[in-house]
Design a protein around this ligand. Structure first.
Ligand code: BJW
Ligand code: ZN
Length: 289
């Protein structure tokens, strides 16, 4: 199902939403696009001459930790200038209302920008709480949820929050998307572990790395109990998230999508989430109480 407000599917969604007992919302980079945060794919998906997705890999980090750190330094710095948009806020309002009405409203996000939390969402699963396959010490819990402002040691696995800007002196003034600096910072000058002095990396899930088992379990539970699934601003090409719409649809649960383009999840484009979420998630008179 995909919407425009004139579309009968809009009214259909509103009816389903009014009656739903447990709504699961999957978000991707598109939900933050109207805050000015670049998406991964499409025209915004470039940083310098690189595609953002090509830098978010263990292989790129192994090849040039300096280059990858510049990319993340840029994104960390950018977030200081960005605010949650109307889409994030509509999700917060819906969560609060559902809670009062004794209904479930859960956000499952692929984003590491922290905007859902900053907006005030609390029933939130951040998929980047993660476990990596190459790590020597495998942590067993996702307590340390990953995001742009967490680092993890490549040697001892120590995770910590780090909001310093720049994250280290050598990255001061680096990472600008329109300045090619050569990215030759020696490892000893990059962010290092306070426990063992080894190189740290962003504490996020890169390609080829797996989600934490307990994050996966929580997602499976939410999928099993939701009676309406809303997919917002994701290209639906990266697994495991890309599979959720079809898994849920096969369970006979309605799936709806908001995206400015068509995706493999549903066929039609709808419109921007910052405009549509406030309308779609607004209270209605026949809301289930
Ligand atoms: C708007 C809008 C507006 C714009 N309003 N909309 C099964 C089959 C095939 C491959 C695999 C498979 N299982 C696993 C794989 C491998 C791989 C994968 O999926 N590859 C595919 C590319 C084929 N997956 C993995 O490796 C994952 N791990 C895993 O599954 O572990 C188990 C396993 C391991 C090894 C082997 C097999 C199994 C891990 C994936 C990690 C993804 N990492 C990144 C980077 C995170 C760090 C960082 O941010 O720096 O995560 S990549 C990037 O893509 C990020 C996102 O979470 C992810 C999805 O991106 P998203 O959010 O959809 O953004 P965009 O830019 O793609 O889309 C934005 C959308 O918004 C667009 O559609 C716009 O139109 C729309 N939009 N403005 C509404 N205003
Ligand atoms: Zn360490």
């Amino acid at each position: 199902m995909a919407f425009s407000t004139e579309d009968p599917k809009f009214a259909e969604f509103r009816q389903l939403f009014a009656k739903a007992r447990s709504v699961l919302v999957l978000t991707g980079a598109g939900v933050s696009a109207e805050s000015g945060v670049p998406t991964f794919r499409g025209s915004g998906g470039f940083w310098r001459k690189y595609q953002a997705i090509d830098l978010a890999t263990p292989e790129s980090f192994a090849k040039s930790p300096s280059l990858v750190w510049e990319f993340y330094q840029y994104r960390r710095e950018l977030m200081a200038t960005k605010e949650p948009n109307k889409g994030h806020l509509a999700l917060v309002e819906a969560e609060k209302r559902f809670e009062k009405e004794g209904r479930r409203f859960v956000i499952l996000t692929q984003n590491i920008d922290g905007l859902h939390r900053r907006a005030g969402s609390s029933n939130l699963i951040e998929m980047h709480g993660m476990l990596i396959l190459h790590l020597k010490i495998l942590c067993t819990s996702s307590e340390n949820i990953g995001n742009l402002f967490k680092t993890r040691c490549t040697s001892c696995g120590f995770v910590e929050e780090n909001k310093n800007n720049p994250i280290c002196e050598a990255l001061r003034g680096r990472g600008l998307p329109d300045v090619e600096t050569g990215s030759d910072i020696p490892v000893a000058d990059l962010p290092l572990c306070r426990q063992c002095q080894s190189l740290v990396r962003p504490h996020v899930v890169w390609f080829g790395e797996a989600l934490w088992p307990d994050v996966r379990e929580r997602i499976d539970k939410e999928i099993a109990q939701c009676d309406l699934f809303l997919v917002v601003g994701t290209s639906s090409v990266v697994y495991p998230a890309a599979a959720y719409a079809s898994i849920i649809s096969r369970l006979g649960i309605p799936v709806a999508e908001i995206n400015i383009e068509s995706t493999p999840s549903t066929s039609d484009s709808t419109g921007p989430s910052g405009e549509l979420l406030p309308i779609l998630l607004a209270p209605s008179v026949d809301e289930a109480l």
